[in-house]
Design a binder for this molecule. Structure first.
Ligand code: NAD
Length: 534
């Protein structure tokens, strides 16, 4: 099915004139500005499948054309990754850590250039683009330490002269399917843990951010090559959803780590489960901030502003719902609107810009549909609600950050239940914290949540059994953004996955319980007697 579909697809052939703005960044990362870019890496670079066009969300220009994997090339890359995992699993873990340390150094050297590419191709502002590369650097540091700390356990045995060991071994092949909004860091979170754990990793990035994936893979490939390690330890297959489907269905893949929408995550989860593969899902969020009367407004306001407007509302942890206590609601909204009116919108590569474009025109349509729905249900739109139409913003996918007060607080309305991947903040007013916690929880998703209070009793409620049911439960910290040290992920329809720090590494290994008998007898457990009278 994959083969016939790809053959039927037309080739993209339109011509382009690359701006100096784009050419400077691509040149700095060794990405061709005038020829097709190979989008498959498994030790050698290639690709003879369809062409992907990477489009700049700010200007609409075509940044590059990437040749994707054909079905045959995907299977070859999977074979090579399987071979590479046999190699890397025998390399001692601290030696794998040393490779990660070198990857970390190579990435840090290119931090600014790679960060600029993230801004250019994805559309997030400069400081966030660089921050994303820094996240990859940080998780490599973490992986270096981890490579000496992935400990199993020795468990007391009830039988004399016996010991039980819990042993971790590499899984084999880990595939990483990533979303457009973190085109560098999400691969980093997975790759660092996967390599520390002794696996080979194969990456299928979003079809709209292939340049970031090629640039990152080039940096890693150089390190692998310098160390005489098979390139397919970190393989890359660019392509559309059909490549993603083929990976998900492949029995050659031991763990599928998927980051993306709930809709696709549901399909991926079922497919991998149906072949009894391992799956790790990091899906959509619908995150709320709750502001109590005793909150420090000077801290809460900028945090909500960043959470809702930062990355143009395209983080899985973006603040989408704001629950305000009735006693401070008017004041908070007046001040928040003032911040919204001061937002500097424009080219994400300009240092002073705070609001860049949405990543694609499809994102603009999603935004417009959400605004239409808000209008149709009689919501009060306090600010925003339109696309920016003035030049030069009209060339890109720029939309106004929006604050709306829907009439109904009924959490069965889709405006409260759906993740709109755009800067739309819906506001509800409450009188009791318990009510706000109920609204916080009564949605399908469970990624991030944030309570603003100085009252320790509220904190106790919020983090306890009747508190927030999200994977991230913050106090006096916004919903958006996380450090690499703790395990990151969400509950419910966010997929229950955990990546990055904490115990997340345990998902990248297979566990065995090994009972070892050092004695001269072989007793059965629980005193079972199966002896034969001779
Ligand atoms: P998406 O689900 O459209 O695509 C994600 C990836 O899945 C892409 O690589 C795509 O090519 C691939 N894909 C599409 N259909 C597939 C299929 N049938 N089988 C296998 N792969 C398939 O998501 P997106 O629009 O790129 O990203 C935005 C979404 O990602 C948002 O919902 C956001 O919340 C979520 N996200 C979650 C996290 C998290 O950690 N929880 C982090 C970042 C983004």
């Amino acid at each position: 099915m994959l083969a016939s579909r790809v053959l039927l697809r037309t080739r993209i052939t339109s011509s382009r004139h690359l701006s100096t703005r784009a050419a400077t960044i691509l040149n700095a990362l060794d990405l061709s500005t005038n020829t097709e870019i190979p989008g498959v890496y498994d030790g050698t670079w290639g690709g003879s499948g369809d062409l992907l066009e990477s489009k700049c969300p700010t200007t609409g220009e075509v940044l590059g054309r990437v040749r994707t994997a054909s079905p045959k090339e995907l299977h070859e890359a999977l074979d090579k990754t399987r071979g590479a995992c046999r190699y890397i699993r025998s390399v001692p873990a601290p030696k794998r850590g040393e490779i990660l340390r070198q990857v970390r150094e190579a990435l840090a050297t290119k931090r600014d250039e790679l960060g600029a590419l993230v801004s250019l191709e994805m559309g997030k502002i400069k400081t966030e683009g660089q921050g994303e590369v820094q996240e990859f650097v940080d998780i490599c540091d973490y992986g270096v330490g981890l490579s000496r700390m992935m400990n199993g356990r020795v468990v007391a045995s009830e039988r004399p002269g016996h010991s039980i060991l819990e042993v971790a071994n590499p899984l084999g092949v880990v595939s990483v399917l990533t979303a457009f909004n973190f085109p560098v860091a999400v691969y980093g979170w997975n790759f660092a843990l996967s390599l520390a754990a002794g696996n080979a990793t194969i990456w299928k990035p979003s079809e709209t951010t292939p340049l970031c994936a090629v640039a990152v893979t080039k940096i890693i490939a150089q390190v692998l090559e310098n160390n005489g390690i098979p390139g397919a330890v970190s393989a890359l297959v660019t392509g559309d959803k059909y490549i993603g489907e083929a990976i998900t269905e492949s029995k050659d893949v031991d763990l599928v780590s998927f980051t993306g929408s709930e809709h696709v995550g549901r399909i991926v989860g079922k497919t991998v489960q149906s072949r009894f593969g391992k799956v790790l899902l990091e899906l959509g969020g619908n995150n709320a901030s709750i502001i109590m009367p005793d909150a420090d407004m000077n801290l809460a306001l900028p945090a909500v502003f960043f959470g809702a407007v930062g990355t143009a509302g395209q983080r899985c942890t973006s603040t989408r719902r704001l629950y305000l206590h009735s006693s401070i609601a008017d004041e908070f909204l007046t001040k928040l609107q003032k911040l919204y009116s001061s937002v500097r919108v424009g080219d994400p590569l300009t240092a002073s810009t705070l609001l860049g474009p949405l990543h694609t025109s499809k994102g603009v349509s999603t935004y417009a549909a959400a605004i239409d729905h808000l209008r149709s249900i009689g919501a009060d739109i306090l600010t925003g609600g339109e696309k920016y139409l003035n030049s030069p913003l009209d060339k890109g996918n720029f939309v106004q950050p929006t604050i709306a007060i829907p009439k109904s607080l009924n959490t069965t309305d889709k405006i409260w239940r759906t993740e709109t991947f755009a800067p739309v903040l819906n506001v509800g007013i409450f009188d009791e914290l318990e009510q706000a916690i109920e609204w916080n929880n009564n949605v399908p998703q469970g990624l991030s949540s944030s309570l603003w209070t100085r009252d320790i009793r509220n904190v106790g409620k919020w983090i306890g059994p009747a508190g927030s049911d999200a994977g991230i439960v913050n106090i006096n910290v916004g919903t958006s953004g996380a450090e690499i040290g703790a395990a990151f992920g969400g509950n419910k329809s966010t997929g229950w996955g955990r990546e990055s720090g904490g115990d997340a590494w345990k998902q990248y290994v297979r566990w065995s319980a090994c009972t070892i008998n050092f004695s001269d007898a072989a007793p059965l457990a629980q005193g079972v007697d199966f002896s034969v009278d001779a």
